[in-house]
Design a protein around this ligand. Structure first.
Ligand code: X2X
Length: 333
């Protein structure tokens, strides 16, 4: 223990490795796995948090980060964090919803208008409701959700201008029932794939399209295998920073406090990083060859409404959660 293990695989990983630390097991040796490349703000800020935690606990708590699906895809990491094979994981709300269905509520299509609405809901009652549900499956969720971003659609064959362009479109979505249902309601042909498979599935044309926030399109180099980007803002997505419940309860309260504070603070900084990236990334992606368009949400919303999407998901999430969502964003259906 002690070394940032597992980082040897893949180019560019050396940037995370500082001077080798003394190879002595910490009192609490924790593994944190995630699905994103090292250059994403999620990894930059969680690395800083791990350093801070090591310092403030005088080395008693040592968190090793395994980025970029090194420990397997989301589905694997979700079962590892439940069993205790890893202590920390940052699943997207879409993904943890396979275990905690109400967690996908922030991803209801076209619900949030802007970040003001997002953070007041997720730092407020809606987030509290979801964290309560996460705790019921034996996981601890830290208070501050991290930002993935507003999801945008990219495609290879033709641009997406209106909902009619979704007809039969083979689009990769995360492993999440809400994503599948939403894209089926839009008459697309969605395929659930782990994030680790997205680049190659676009390259080999197993699918023609995918949807992710701009910072991910950039750090995962999806512009190399896509031509068009529709700024659809169809889902707001965030990452819950979660811990295995047993491991979390096994930490003395003073160490819990240091870990919580460092992780929540890093999450708030990470939100600012994504906000800044949102300003600059489009120009960069354009220079790399992506062609952008800004579809009106109207035809998409109408199709979701007419297909009964909102009504069905209101039923699935339950009246209480739906009321909290509508309290934050206004009436949806
Ligand atoms: O898999 C994705 O598309 C990603 C990276 O956005 C999630 O984690 C849901």
């Amino acid at each position: 223990a002690g070394m940032v293990a597992g980082l040897a695989a893949g180019a560019g990983t050396a940037t995370l490795i500082g001077a080798p630390r003394i190879a002595r097991a910490a009192e609490f040796d924790f593994k944190y796995g995630n699905n994103l490349p090292l250059t994403h703000p999620l990894n930059v800020r969680s690395h800083e948090a791990a350093e801070r935690i090591r310092r403030e606990t005088n080395g008693r708590v040592d968190i090793q980060i395994f980025p970029n699906n090194q420990l397997g895809g989301d589905t694997d990491m979700l079962s590892q964090v439940r069993s205790g094979g890893i202590t920390f994981f940052t699943p997207s709300a879409l993904v943890i919803a396979t275990l905690v269905p109400v967690a996908a509520i922030n991803a209801v299509g076209f619900a949030f208008a802007d970040y003001g609405q997002v953070w007041s809901a997720m730092d407020g009652k809606l987030g509290e409701h979801v964290r309560g549900a996460i705790s019921k499956v034996g996981l601890h969720a830290f208070e501050k959700m991290w930002d993935n971003g507003f999801r945008q659609m990219t495609s290879g064959a033709k641009p997406i201008q209106t909902a009619a362009d979704m007809d039969g479109l083979k689009i990769r979505v995360p492993v999440s029932p809400l994503s599948i249902a939403m894209f089926k309601s839009l008459s697309a042909a969605p395929a659930s794939l782990q994030f680790s498979e997205v680049y190659s599935s676009l390259q080999t044309r197993i699918v023609d399209a995918q949807e992710n926030p701009l910072p991910i399109i950039q750090v995962a180099k999806l512009y190399e295998v896509q031509k068009y980007c529709a700024l659809s803002n169809h889902i707001w997505d965030g990452f819950w920073f979660i811990a295995n419940g047993r491991a979390w309860r096994g930490l003395p309260p003073d160490l819990q406090k240091i870990v919580s504070t460092a992780i929540n603070d890093a999450g708030v900084q990470q939100r600012e990083d994504i906000k800044a990236l949102n300003q600059s990334v489009q120009a960069d992606l354009q220079s790399k060859g992506l062609t952008f368009n800004q579809p009106s949400p109207d035809s998409f919303r109408a199709k979701l409404r007419d297909s009964g999407f909102y009504g069905e998901w209101k039923g699935r999430f339950g009246d209480e959660a739906w009321a909290l969502l509508e309290g934050a964003v206004g009436k949806l259906a």
